[in-house]
Every structure is written in structure tokens, then in C-alpha cells.
Design a protein. Structure first.
Length: 78
């Protein structure tokens, strides 16, 4: 598991064994978890986050999409 970014209480990361999936990022806070696709940015799944916070997370993913994509391709390659 590679942590890419931390923003406040959120940890953005990907698992090292997921290269066959499209680019995506996992986000955790406490015992809550979400997964967002990166191209285009879209919620893949959520465990425990409510709508308002998911919208905030989507915004954070969009704001940091370049960094997240560079990290994904830097780790997994093209």
C-alpha cells in the first residue's frame, strides 16, 4: 500500500496489487473508506462516508488529479 497524499484527516493511497484496474485512489478517514476512479473522476465505492463528505472528497480528488495520476503511472507504469 502506497500513501500518495495526506490532506487533513484523509489518507490517499493505492494498493500495490491493483495494476489491472483503471487508475484509482482509495481514501480513508478513521474507519471510513472510499474509492474514486481518476479518469474521469467518479466515485467507485464508499463505506461509511455520507454524501456531503463524498462531495468534498470528489473535489479534493479533482484538485489533486495530476499528482494522483502521476503517482499511479509512476508506480504501475503506462
Amino acid at each position: 500500500m502506497a500513501t500518495v497524499l495526506r490532506i487533513g484527516a484523509y489518507r490517499f493511497y493505492f494498493y500495490s496489487h491493483e495494476p489491472n484496474e483503471p487508475p484509482h485512489i482509495h481514501i480513508d478517514r478513521d474507519n471510513l473508506s472510499a474509492k474514486f476512479w481518476l479518469e474521469p473522476v467518479a466515485l467507485a465505492k464508499s463505506i461509511g462516508f455520507r454524501g456531503k463528505e463524498l462531495r468534498k472528497l470528489e473535489s479534493l480528488v479533482k484538485e489533486n488529479q495530476t499528482i494522483l495520476m502521476e503517482s499511479w503511472y509512476g508506480y504501475f507504469g503506462n
